[in-house]
Design a protein around this ligand. Structure first.
Ligand code: ADP
Ligand code: 3PG
Ligand code: MG
Length: 431
């Protein structure tokens, strides 16, 4: 484990803090400030310990080494000031004399946020000279890494800088790593993993890890389309990774082998929600791929029409169906730990005229089962959510506080779950 702010003396020191303020912006406004709020405990801890000054560095978006007004961190400085209830200065650069002057004027309880690191090419190229220039402009003596969402990158602010300054982790980084690694190393069982999202290629390592580790793995989202297609199910125009066919069938074989070895369940959707477009304006229908019960409900149990158990050529699968969701809920009800990574469907599509979001039912059902709203779930499982879009969905429903751990990391949390070493963590001082 790495050293944290609790393991060093901050008193009288100039502290440089890296955070992940890569927040979603809509029309130039911060659409979700979860990452900013999650950085507050470390900031407050540092300030309480009497540093000479506190300077914060961060990135926003992917400006590719060039300044871009639309990706300025200045709105973040304002929001941070509101949340902390104290002024936060903003430097329109991240190196140079302008920064030096602002640092010189900073009082011991003052905070200065520097402009987007990614306006400079040296950030992403992990350039030691860029890291030196930041240290020179800020006169920093200690580096604190708390940008969990970005520690899977080897950038100047995650790696090169740690070669110059004594570097420790912040409280958010510590919480993220302890929780995620704790769940992966010693989960309370049964452990259920719900893995979804857009691309199977992003999730292959995590899927393999959970097949080895969990008691039940449910695949959902567009990711599941790869498994359905591999089974010969027609999926129309649904999103699929065209190059991942072999990998999907390998994963499935591994899962089946695991099912033979021990009590383990690999759930692939048995029904799906389809539509001709994902804008939510075309009619939707449920296709019962396994044709067990949904087909021709009114005439049940008449032989279902082929149409009811096949996706048409012009349709897309946009969510898991109610039977698949119910199967996952059944697993979650007996779980003591549930990890959810990747939405079960296209949660972004809004319902018409304030109606229910047409492709969010699967994600909603899973989330409610995890936090115990859909039943009298007295023994709620320990619930962990990772992945940018999944967290955005939970946040939009106002459920952030209902889960035990909602990670601020996207790829960083997936890499950590998969057991990979993250460069920004490896670079910190060992305990
Ligand atoms: P996360 O960011 O939580 O890790 P991903 O980025 O992997 O998740 O996937 C989330 C995206 O997957 C969302 O944009 C969602 O619209 C998309 N998605 C989920 N299910 C489907 C589907 N059936 N078809 C197309 N896109 C899907
Ligand atoms: C994130 O949003 O996942 C992190 O801030 C990292 O951003 P990046 O994927 O652009 O490196
Ligand atoms: Mg995503």
């Amino acid at each position: 484990m790495f050293k944290t702010v609790k393991d060093i003396n901050l008193s009288g020191k100039r502290v440089l803090l890296r955070t992940d303020y890569n927040v979603p912006l809509v029309d130039g406004k911060i659409a979700d400030d979860y990452r900013i709020r999650q950085s507050l405990p470390t900031i407050e801890y540092i300030l309480k310990n009497g540093p000479a000054s506190l300077i914060i560095i961060a990135h926003l978006g992917r400006p590719k080494g060039k300044p871009d007004k639309a990706l300025s961190l200045s709105p973040v400085a304002k929001r941070l000031a509101q949340l902390l209830g104290r002024p936060v200065g903003f430097a329109p650069q991240c190196t140079g004399d302008a920064v030096k002057e602002l640092v010189a004027k900073l009082s011991s309880d003052g905070i200065l946020l520097l402009e987007n690191l990614r306006f400079r090419a040296g950030e992403e190229t992990n350039d030691p000279d860029f890291a030196k220039a930041i240290v020179a402009a800020t006169s920093a003596e200690i580096f604190v890494q708390d940008g969990f969402g970005v520690v899977h990158r080897a950038h100047a602010s995650t790696q090169a800088i740690t070669k110059i300054l004594p570097s420790v982790g912040g409280l958010l980084l510590e919480k993220e790593v302890e929780t995620i690694v704790g769940v992966m190393n010693k989960p309370a069982r049964p452990l259920v993993a719900v893995v979804g999202g857009a691309k199977i290629s992003d999730k292959i390592d995590v899927l393999n890890k959970f097949i080895e580790l969990a008691d039940c793995v449910a695949v959902t989202g567009a990711l599941a389309n790869n498994f359905l297609a591999g089974q010969g199910v027609r999926i129309g125009k649904s999103l699929i990774d065209p190059d991942a066919g072999a990998e999907a069938s390998e994963i499935w074989h591994r899962a089946q082998a695991e099912e033979q070895k021990r009590p383990f369940n690999f759930l692939v959707p048995v029904d799906v929600v389809v539509s001709k477009s994902l804008d939510g304006r075309s009619p939707t229908r449920i296709v019962d791929i396994a044709s067990h019960s949904l087909a021709d409900i009114e005439a049940y149990p008449k032989l279902p029409k082929p149409d009811s158990y096949s996706v048409r050529a012009d349709e897309l699968i946009l969510d898991i169906g109610p039977i698949s969701a119910a199967e996952i809920v059944g697993a979650i009800k007996i779980a003591r730990t549930v990890v959810w990574a990747g939405t079960c469907g296209v949660t972004e599509t809004k319902g018409i005229a304030g109606g229910a979001d047409p492709f969010a039912h699967g994600s909603k059902t899973v989330a409610e089962a995890m936090i115990g709203q859909s039943n009298s779930h007295k023994n709620k499982p320990f619930s962990v959510v990772g992945g940018g879009d999944s967290v955005r969905y939970i946040s939009s429903e106002g459920w952030l506080d209902d889960f035990n751990h909602v990670s601020t990391g996207g790829s960083a949390s997936l890499d950590l779950m998969a057991g990979k070493k993250l460069p920004g963590i490896e670079a910190l001082l060992d305990k």
